[in-house]
Design a protein around this ligand. Structure first.
Ligand code: A3P
Length: 346
């Protein structure tokens, strides 16, 4: 069995001064990569903003929303240059809107289950999962040791990951989801992000840019394929990439949560199973419980994303309520072409 990872503590929510210091640091990083970014191919994307192509994937640049530079191209470059993984680190990887928040909560609850009981004081009852597990490209690359504490997340494509993650043989858990639902989830998310003051993004535009992969973080399908190929290629080295599917987690959460626990080195004992610990974790991380807790934990500071934005419906198949039959046909065709031979159950 793989060795267990260290205990992770939730991230202390930054004070106003820390937030200012992070922005100042980010400004320096943006300046540092200015020349590299300026020569990259540029394209219009939804909301009339521009994305830049880097290593085959598109990203926004600089402080691209609410003075926030998370997931910007400079943050990816800085992670590649400055982030040093440890062999025991575990990374939760995904394309945005594939179930990252849910996966963060589950992994955090599993790994910390002997530290916190599931009562009212459990961190996930009062803190958003994003404050429990940091993204390397928005937090941990700043090399703040309290952020890089063994369990981290990323939206960076497999082929662009900081090299030490691969060379250290770190465990990676990838979550993928039906692209049609990812598109609808992203469209709603982006409209919330840009707020009421801007013209809402039309579904037709969201569909066009999503289908072409010209959105921040790049093509959904290429992100999935990169991790899927890695999970197939690295099969010989005991389970360095675990490939999870949102729909399967919805259908059989017990089985998937047990798989996840085993993979990250915290398998459930027979006694725990008899005491229904798996069920307790599933309940703690359910859409209803997490969204209530995260909403209550909202932080009123300016420029901070409100936690509600990470929770919408949390169901399978909502895209049929939005997409036309033609759109569905096109998306399904792209999926078949991109996933050919990769045995991805979507
Ligand atoms: P919908 O917009 O379809 O509701 P991410 O976390 O990668 O940003 O993905 C967000 C999607 O996951 C949203 O999908 C959100 O509602 C859903 N989600 C969040 N928490 C969840 C949970 N505990 N269980 C299932 N889905 C969840």
């Amino acid at each position: 069995m793989l060795s267990p990872i260290a205990f992770y503590s939730p991230i202390a929510i930054a004070t106003e001064d820390e937030e200012k210091a992070r922005k100042a640091k980010m400004s320096i990083i943006i300046e540092r990569y200015k020349d590299r970014v300026s020569v990259l191919h540029k394209h219009k994307t939804w909301n009339n903003t521009h994305v830049y192509k880097y290593e085959g994937f598109w990203y926004h640049r600089g402080f691209w929303y609410q003075s926030n530079a998370s997931f910007s191209i400079e943050a990816v470059m800085a992670s590649q240059d400055g982030f040093q993984a440890q062999p025991t680190d575990v990374f939760l990887a995904s394309h945005p809107k594939s179930g990252t928040t849910w996966l963060k909560a589950l992994a955090f609850a599993i790994a910390n289950r002997t530290k916190f009981n599931f009562g009212p004081n459990h961190p996930l009852r009062t803190i958003c999962p994003h404050d429990c597990v940091p993204f390397i490209e928005s937090e941990a690359f700043l090399n703040n040791p309290s952020y890089a504490n063994g369990l981290m997340a990323t939206h960076i494509p497999y082929t662009s990951l900081p090299k030490s993650i691969i060379s250290c043989g770190c465990r990676i858990v990838y979550i993928c989801r039906d692209p049609k639902d990812v598109l609808i989830s992203s469209w709603h998310f982006m409209n919330k992000l840009i707020g009421n003051e801007s013209t809402p993004i039309k579904l037709e535009d969201a569909f066009e840019y999503f289908s072409k992969g010209i959105i921040t973080n790049g093509s959904f399908w290429d992100n999935v394929v990169g991790y899927r190929k890695a999970s197939l290629e690295r099969r010989g080295r005991p389970d360095t990439v675990l490939f999870l599917v949102y729909e399967e987690m919805k259908k059989d959460p017990k089985n998937e949560v047990k798989k996840l626990a085993k993979f990250i080195g915290h398998p459930f004992t027979k006694e725990e199973e008899a005491k229904r610990v798996v069920e307790e974790i599933i309940e703690l991380c359910s859409f209803e419980k997490l969204s209530n807790a995260s909403t209550n934990a909202n932080d009123e500071r300016e420029d901070t994303l409100s936690n509600e934005i990470f929770f919408r419906k949390g169901i399978v198949g909502d895209s049929v309520n939005h997409l036309t039959p033609e759109m569905i046909q096109i998306l399904d065709r792209i999926t078949r072409q991109k996933y050919e031979g990769l045995d991805i159950p979507i």
